[in-house]
Design a protein around this ligand. Structure first.
Ligand SMILES: Nc1ncnc2c1ncn2[C@@H]1O[C@H](COP(=O)(O)OP(=O)(O)O)[C@@H](O)[C@H]1O
Length: 202
């Protein structure tokens, strides 16, 4: 019968369908929102994004997470991005703009989006304006997570990340269930201070 993205709707438990339906009905009443979050690693974007996303029924487009997932999946996009990412350099504007443009077309972005890590260059900002102008929309708000350097330092030094999913932990504030291990996949975590050498830290 009805199928969605290769999944047979008949096979989905009714309770899941009802929950999804109720969620979508709730979302229908929400105003559209297009947000950009700005802030250094450790400023709280990763904590606040899922809360804002759920409250306003938005999609969360974090270019860093999307690129890391592409690299882990070894798809053509990931292969192109890997070299720059390994060197700690920015991935080309065309590539990043392409993934954002594609992602914004997803049904989950219908009510709007939260951009996280994008735009990061002037060219990306110009391309974003062009994309939105084509859709007849614009950015509603830019949220700047301004935070004291000393607090950032404390957060970052204890921070661990699961590179594939972008899930973050903190040895003091949000420890994983098993030390050094991701709660969901049980894969090894990477130390954030290792990813952001002292000289590059905010
Ligand atoms: N908007 C972007 N433009 C170019 N490269 C990006 C962008 N967003 C992410 N990247 C690439 O992905 C890497 C990881 O991104 P992210 O997790 O947002 O940053 P960081 O690890 O520096 O906090 C960056 O170092 C960069 O190579």
């Amino acid at each position: 019968m009805g199928s969605s993205g290769g999944v047979d709707l008949e096979d989905i438990p009714s309770v899941d369908l009802m929950t999804e339906l109720l969620g979508r009905m709730k979302c229908a009443t929400k105003p559209d929102k297009r947000l950009i979050l700005i802030g250094p690693p450790g400023s709280g974007k990763g904590t606040q994004s899922p809360i804002i996303k759920d409250e306003y029924c938005l999609c969360h487009l974090a270019t860093g997470d999307m690129l890391r997932a592409a690299v882990a999946a070894k798809n053509p996009l990931g292969l192109k991005a890997k070299e720059a990412m390994d060197k700690g350099e920015l991935v080309s504007d065309d590539l990043v703009v392409g993934i954002i443009d594609e992602a914004m077309k997803k049904p989950s972005c219908q009510k709007g989006f939260i951009l996280d890590g994008f735009p990061r260059t002037v060219v990306q900002a110009q391309k974003l304006d062009e994309m939105l102008a084509k859709q007849g929309t614009k950015i509603d708000k830019v949220l700047n997570f301004a935070i004291d350097d000393a607090i950032l330092e404390e957060r970052i030094t204890g921070r661990w990340i699961h590179p594939t999913s972008g899930r973050t932990y903190h040895s003091k504030f949000a420890p994983p269930k098993v030390r050094g291990t991701d709660d969901v996949t049980f894969e090894c975590l990477e130390s954030e201070s290792h990813r952001h050498p002292r000289s590059q830290r905010p």
